[in-house]
Design a protein around this ligand. Structure first.
Ligand code: F6P
Length: 359
């Protein structure tokens, strides 16, 4: 037992001590952590818990819900609705914002979350996570959908839990990004990764290459250059990873750098991206930026987007700053017709990546 260790509560009290009613923010994050511990216990039981598999219902995205999606959602609601800290909740698993029941006081925050991101991975025992975003609601009125539609720059806190070999909570209240590891024996989150810093440069990228035929030219250009390695434009070899669990992907990037892309594509023209702005992209973008990285749609900073819908999807490109800036530059060059595909030997007539892809 190490008595001097920094627990989550101690850390939050220290980080938020001089800031008005932010004691309430610390209390809310401790309630979120309580839900995370419950979800961690459920996911860790695997097949023994009887929680695996799908149920006969779909969420607002049309995705079939897993038992664990619903249980994780219920854990987040039960842990946070009662204490007078939140004015309302919104979840990936709920079509509309959750109204705090009569009898519970309302508080100054809106909590938006994806209770179990990457939940298709639970059946195959791959890491999944919970993502959350906290916004202010400075009104005594019951919040309506419009109150939730604040840009990511307005987040007062954001974080995720990753249920991997160890359960970790990674969060930011706007003063850096910090990682805590769950000590299962004493039931506390302990600060193990203070002040995470993403290296500005990287030689590792993550993208689902099965979608390559649907990508836009700037993304093709970037990935092709990475794949060409030492022999190509970049002059060095790159490594690729794809776990299909955003939290696991982002965690790797926070630990050792890298770039993650789920870009705009033409697979389903009704969807401008795969990931959801309010409870996936924005909170993760805050954590990445607070760790010195960058987060973009390819065309603009993610957290500056003005949300239009609670469940809106966005293109996401984030991670090591210099790579994200490079991909943004490729988008800008393409938009202005300055990406000159013919100038590079990789993109000339004889290459696999024919000029028609760049028109
Ligand atoms: O939002 C859901 C999610 O599971 C992310 O966690 C992950 O990055 C992505 O979808 C994986 O998508 P795909 O199955 O298309 O690779």
């Amino acid at each position: 037992m190490h008595l001097g260790r920094t627990t989550l509560s101690k850390f939050l009290i220290q980080q938020l001590q001089d800031a008005g009613d932010q004691g309430k923010l610390a209390a809310l994050l401790v309630d979120v952590a309580a839900a995370v511990k419950a979800i961690s216990a459920m996911t860790a039981k695997g097949a023994l818990g009887g929680f695996l598999g799908a149920i006969d219902s779909h969420n607002v995205q049309g995705e079939q819900q897993k038992k664990l999606d619903v249980l994780a959602n219920d854990a987040m609601v039960a842990s946070t609705e009662w204490g007078g800290l939140v004015a309302g909740l919104a979840s990936e698993e709920l079509d509309d914002p959750y109204v705090i029941p009569e009898g519970f006081p309302r508080g100054p925050y809106l909590l938006i979350f994806d209770p179990l991101d990457g939940s298709s991975n639970t059946d195959v025992n791959v890491s999944v996570g919970t993502i959350f975003s906290v916004l202010r609601h400075d009104s005594a009125e019951q919040p309506v959908v419009g109150d939730y539609l604040q840009p990511g720059t307005r987040q007062v806190a954001a974080g995720y839990a990753i249920y991997g070999p160890a359960t970790m909570l990674v969060l930011s209240v706007g003063k850096g990004t910090h990682g805590f590891t769950l000590d299962r024996e004493i039931g506390n989150f302990i600060l193990t990764h203070p002040n995470l810093a993403i290296p500005e440069d990287t030689s590792e990228f993550a993208i689902n290459t099965s979608n390559a035929r649907f990508w836009e030219p700037p993304v093709h250009r970037y990935v092709t250059e990475c794949q060409a390695g030492k022999a190509g434009e970049r002059g060095r070899d790159f490594n690729m990873r794809w776990i299909a669990s955003m939290v696991a992907e982002v965690h790797r990037i926070l630990m050792r750098g890298g770039v993650f892309m789920y870009p705009k594509d033409t697979k389903d023209p009704s969807k401008p991206g795969r990931l959801r702005l309010m409870y996936e992209a924005n909170p993760i973008a805050m954590l990445i930026e607070q760790a010195g990285g960058a987060a973009s749609t390819g065309r603009q900073r993610l957290t500056e987007l003005r949300p239009e819908q609670l469940h809106q999807r966005v293109p996401v490109i984030l991670g090591s700053k210099n790579e994200v800036l490079r991909i943004e530059r490729y988008h800008a060059e393409h938009a202005s017709g300055h990406d000159r595909p013919y100038d590079s030997p990789l993109f000339n007539e004889r290459s696999l990546f024919r000029a028609r892809e760049f028109n």
